[in-house]
Design a protein around this ligand. Sequence first.
Ligand SMILES: *Cc1c(COP(=O)(O)O)cnc(C)c1O
Length: 404
Amino acid sequence: MLSITSQNYLFMNTKNKGFDTKLIHSGDFNDVFGAAVTPIYQTSTFAFRNADHGADLFAGKEKGYIYTRIGNPTIEALENKLADLENGTGAVVFASGMGAVSTLYAATLKAGDHMIGSEAMYGPSRSIMETFFKDFGIEATFVDTGDLAAIKKAVQPNTKLLYVESPTNPTMVLTDIEKAAKIARQNDMLMAVDNTFSSPYLQNPLDLGADIVLHSLTKFINGHADIVGGALIVKDKELYARLRKTMSYFGANMDPHQAYMVIRGVKTLSLRVERATENAMKVATYLENHPKIAWIKYPGLKSHPQYELAQKQMKMPGSMISFGVKGGFEAGKTLMNNVRLALLAVSLGGVETLIQHPASMTHASMSKKAREEAGITDELVRFSVGIENVEDIIADLEQALEKI
Ligand SMILES: *Cc1c(COP(=O)(O)O)cnc(C)c1O
């Protein structure tokens, strides 16, 4: 990783500082003018001082910038911040979360290899493996990674990657990351965790033994529903170099303006996640006691089968809730068509409350059989709790549930 320093102005070293201090200051550097906020270096290319300088940059003999697909100061400031937040040594950011997923697969798997994934992972993360990567000769088995015995059973001699989401989207199944990482290590496979649902504020998979952390920055990290982005964060230097090279050759790079927006959005991560979780706890309790709700899955409720694991592994249970309405899909549809505060839209983790139907929306790319095996039933409604006044969120649900 390049490191940007300036002799001209004082800037903070965030080593050993608290998470909130890192949110604000990690990755900061002072440009020649002493800008208080990371500037947007909206440039595709960087001039060399002379021909030898250009050659030295390409040969890696000197640090500096060449071309924005390979590296850019604004993008690097975000990468340094994310690496710090996940306790990694390096991060690579992408145009989207799916850019991170596809680059991860391409960088760690080759024809003849096998991957184990969480059965209810983000729809496209699973479907690109079952279509494009299958055509490239890569096999995959999707299991309930919440069940460690199921992971062990799926291991083959050619298994190279264990790819886990915890909690899973949208079934809210947790995986014991520390124990799953031990299984991965014993079997010489890399372990990647899609940490999008938790954000680095609630859970740090690298500290629990994972090799790679993946984020859709679109969700909690940016948090304002105005940018798409992705990231991979690692500890190992060699793995970092492989991921960076794959990103820059395949070209799923982030844009400097996008990086600036994420740097701005992430600064309030802990404040947003804390308030959204506080709201989610109240919304989940309200739904659990509502006569028209058939079932609810929220890791903060004692009724969640992995409540204990959530308490141990996550700082807080987060703000994602899945539930079923009595009367199945038709009743759920009535609810979705009648909410007014909650926006009927995909995505999650923003300041605004969102509601959506995974079977016909985010997970429509999976077969019905695979969806049902993974617990993504037609009646499942996914709710991303925002930071509006919780009384208003509940009143909105109440008036919509009355319509059923
Ligand atoms: C949204 C999401 C992705 C994909 O990210 P994009 O930024 O939409 O490309 C991957 N994993 C999870 C868990 C997600 O929610």
